[in-house]
Write a protein that binds this ligand. Structure first.
Ligand SMILES: C[S@@+](CC[C@H](N)C(=O)[O-])C[C@H]1O[C@@H](n2cnc3c(N)ncnc32)[C@H](O)[C@@H]1O
Length: 371
């Protein structure tokens, strides 16, 4: 995985205007406001956010209290186990505030997962957002662990399979929202699609995201919080938004969303009842963050490309009649990839006439010559 370089990061999202910190939009308040770099954390409940003007926030990313009895405050006074109706009312109150402050071109990403006993609760929370006036855009699935890669808390026991994914519900305030999925794009598996569907080797990654935790959940609890999501989650959500400047999380926890805003050169605002300043500061300013690269896919692609390059190099050195024989044994799909590799390696003109091409392959070569 590539480390993000700070120069590249600040260019990743267009940082528009002269505004340089959160104070430029936060209204005077009697509540305590903590500041970390250009970001701000309002200490208090997000049921009301009078500090934030209407339509001023470009992206919201959050993960609410799941109502499953987690302990977020040192004193243990906070009840993360309300009767369902009360919990949904609480969510509805916050969602109405979020709708008020969201820019009509912005989006609201809501991460939530069903626990073993609360199957269907996430859907009820999503419906509450719709009741608060949001338009449902789509549902992204966040995969924490895939076939053993990535940490998760075992929950299945002998009654069900372990749950290794959560929802990211996507909501808009208006149909005029703006999004550019290619900002988090992945390479094409079939390179022949370049030129057909896109000009570059970059396509929409789809609505299933594999973002494993870098460390175990146990370790994060010891580090100061019960339920953080990986910084990569808000990072991908925010990066897709082409004109974002202000990013907000109404349930900030350890500050993962602020960290994502920070790495993207944007301004973050958070609300938190029990902020642990030391933990948040460390998370926001941590320099070891690595941009998620959809690693399994990228690695597979890289392996395939390396294998094909090796084959091209071997063919390059073979006698002409051996070249022809080897070509006949290659499956059609690999022959197509081979021709693409010739083009990528700058060997198309010097080698292509050594291989007996089918009619379809002749057409492909003609296309490759024009690229
Ligand atoms: C699931 S955690 C969020 C974790 C966060 N996404 C992270 O990566 O660290 C929910 C957070 O909401 C906070 N919280 C609960 N009720 C709140 C309220 N009314 N206003 C603001 N924060 C609240 C809790 O203290 C907890 O830290």
């Amino acid at each position: 995985m590539e480390k993000t370089d700070p120069e590249k990061k600040s260019n990743a999202t267009t940082f528009v205007g002269k505004t340089t910190n959160a104070d430029s939009i936060i209204k005077p308040t009697s509540r305590k406001v903590l500041r970390i770099d250009r970001h701000a954390i309002v200490v208090g409940s997000s049921k009301e956010m009078p500090e934030i003007p209407n339509n001023s926030i470009d992206v919201i990313v959050t993960s609410p209290p799941y109502n499953i009895g987690k302990r977020y405050d040192p004193s243990g006074e906070f009840t993360d186990k309300l009767p369902l109706g009360e919990y949904l009312d609480f969510m509805g109150t916050v969602f109405s505030e979020l709708r008020r402050i969201l820019n009509p071109r912005g989006l609201f990403f809501l991460n939530i997962g069903d626990s073993a006993r609360d199957q269907g609760k996430s859907e009820a929370v999503a419906n509450q957002a719709v009741k608060s006036g949001f338009i449902r855009v789509q549902t992204i699935i966040w995969v924490k662990s895939l076939y053993g890669k990535g940490h998760y808390t075992p929950s299945g026991k002998s009654r069900r399979l372990n749950n290794v994914w959560e929802y990211i519900f996507v909501f808009a305030k208006s149909k005029n929202y703006e999004i550019d999925p290619k900002r988090i794009g992945i390479p094409y598996a079939d390179k022949s699609n370049i030129g057909r569907y896109a000009k570059t080797d970059l396509r929409d990654p789809g609505d299933v995201w594999f973002i494993p935790y870098q460390i175990t959940t146990g370790q994060t609890i010891k580090k100061g919080h019960e339920a953080p999501f990986p910084i990569g989650l808000p990072y991908l959500c925010v990066k897709m938004m082409p004109r974002a400047r202000f990013v907000l999380d109404p349930f900030l926890g350890t500050g993962s969303t602020l960290a994502a805003a920070h790495h993207l050169g944007l301004i973050g605002i958070g609300y938190e009842l029990f902020p642990n300043t030391k933990v948040i500061k460390r998370r926001v300013l941590e320099t070891s963050f690595e941009e998620p690269q959809f690693p399994l896919i990228t690695q597979l692609e890289r392996l395939k490309t390396t294998g094909m390059e090796l084959l091209v190099r071997l063919m390059e050195q073979a006698e002409d009649d051996e070249k022809e024989k080897a070509w006949q044994t290659l499956p059609t799909v690999q022959r197509k990839q081979f021709l693409w590799a010739l083009k990528d390696l700058g060997l198309l003109e010097s080698l292509v006439d050594k291989f007996p091409l089918s009619e379809k392959e002749e057409v492909l070569v003609k296309k490759l010559r024009q690229l």
